[in-house]
Design a binder for this molecule. Structure first.
Ligand code: C2E
Ligand code: CA
Ligand code: CA
Ligand code: CA
Length: 268
């Protein structure tokens, strides 16, 4: 048994080593990716009853050897290594530039890492992206997660207010997964709340998920905040969410994330 235990331990440490090594490889490659134009934004439609009102920008990494790498496999590493600031600025500049080329009034939503949000240069990066692209500020939306609200509340409110002063819209992403209560929403100037896709996924067979969706839509009506349901995958979910009072929808049922140029083809 002892010998077995030791083997397992050795196996475990080798695994850890491999993981650490592969993280280092990704970290090095990520530095090159930013300068080498391997990072690309894909755009997923956000619709209301009338049609597509905007797109969420979702990052993809086209690695020269490994192929397509998804954000959950490189954003955490970018956050650990500080590369997220460069990567995040790139996303803001690129999303504004591409949205400005669309010839529509549609908005573009950009995800902000909590680390970016806490960085004192965020507001000037957003300002720079708007100025350089010429995009009307109301067409840019930033998506932040609840974790941002948990600490340093006063500083965070100031940052949110500076962004609002620029004319940018603010969405609270992945709502329901974090720690904040519905009462938080009153203290912050959000334009939209995005209900996390896990609740949409579960609402068919979980009373609890449906109850949470109801609580969020009920609260939003009295606060005059729009609700986006994300991860809508079928017509059944869509119908149910409309019934519950959601006004904005996003998910594979309406369209998958696509490069900017394909997004335009889709509209023709
Ligand atoms: P998120 O912001 O919650 O984005 C929604 C995710 O759900 C996206 O995954 C999207 O492709 C996926 N999705 C959309 N519709 C459906 C659906 O109907 N069903 C299912 N199962 N999934 C759907 P993706 O593109 O892999 O991105 C994962 C996460 O990575 C994002 O979650 C976001 O937190 C982060 N991320 C992506 N791009 C950026 C970025 O530029 N900056 C930062 N900081 N984070 C990013
Ligand atoms: Ca998002
Ligand atoms: Ca989300
Ligand atoms: Ca998420």
């Amino acid at each position: 048994a002892k010998r077995n235990g030791r083997n397992r331990f050795e196996h475990f440490t080798i695994e850890m080593d491999n993981q650490a090594r592969s993280r280092r490889v990704i970290e090095n490659d990520l530095r090159d990716a930013i300068s080498g134009r391997q990072l690309k934004l894909y755009y997923q439609p956000i619709t209301n009853e009338q049609g597509i009102i905007g797109y969420e920008a979702l990052m993809r990494w086209h690695h020269p050897i490994k192929g397509l790498i998804m954000p959950n496999d490189f954003i955490p590493i970018a956050e650990e290594t500080g590369l997220i600031h460069m990567l995040g600025a790139y996303a803001l500049y690129e999303a504004c530039r591409e949205a400005q080329s669309w010839n529509t009034e549609q908005s573009v939503s950009v995800n902000l890492s909590p680390l970016q949000f806490k960085n004192s240069s965020l507001v000037s990066v957003v300002e720079g992206a708007l100025r350089e692209s010429g995009l009307a500020p109301h067409r840019l939306e930033v998506e932040i997660t609840e974790s941002v609200l948990l600490d340093d509340t006063l500083g965070n409110i100031r940052t949110l207010q500076s962004l609002k002063t620029l004319g940018v819209q603010i969405a609270l992403d992945d709502f329901g997964t974090g720690y904040s209560s519905l009462s938080y929403l009153r203290s912050f100037p959000f334009d939209k709340i995005k209900i996390d896709k896990s609740f949409i996924n579960d609402m068919g067979d979980s009373r609890e998920a449906l109850a949470i969706i109801r609580a969020i839509t009920g609260m939003s009506r009295s606060l005059d905040i729009q609700i986006t349901a994300e991860g809508v995958e079928n017509g059944e979910q869509f119908a149910k969410l409309r019934e519950e009072g959601c006004t904005l929808f996003q998910g594979y049922f309406f369209g998958r994330p696509q490069p900017s140029e394909l997004r335009l083809k889709e509209l023709e």
